[in-house]
Design a binder for this molecule. Structure first.
Ligand code: ZN
Length: 75
């Protein structure tokens, strides 16, 4: 697969996803991500982005302020 923006090569990496919700910030660690080696653009598989959204929805009900979760640990 190549980058949508610059046609560079995508590399699989674990990165941190940060969701800024205004009154809280949720950091999800070690998210499987495809990162462009050329421009650094990040993209996520469909199932990963769905999962991320689920994690964020769960965590934001429980925490205010800054929360950190690890992608693979999230229930
Ligand atoms: Zn790129």
């Amino acid at each position: 697969m190549t980058c949508l923006y610059c046609k560079g090569t995508l590399e699989n990496k674990l990165t941190n996803y940060i969701a800024d919700l205004g009154n809280s910030i949720i950091v999800v660690r070690d998210v499987p991500t495809q990162v462009c080696t050329q421009c650094g653009e990040k993209s996520y598989d469909y199932h990963v982005s769905v999962r991320l959204q689920e994690i964020i929805n769960q965590v934001k009900e429980l925490v205010s302020g800054i929360a950190e979760v690890t992608y693979s640990d999230a229930a």
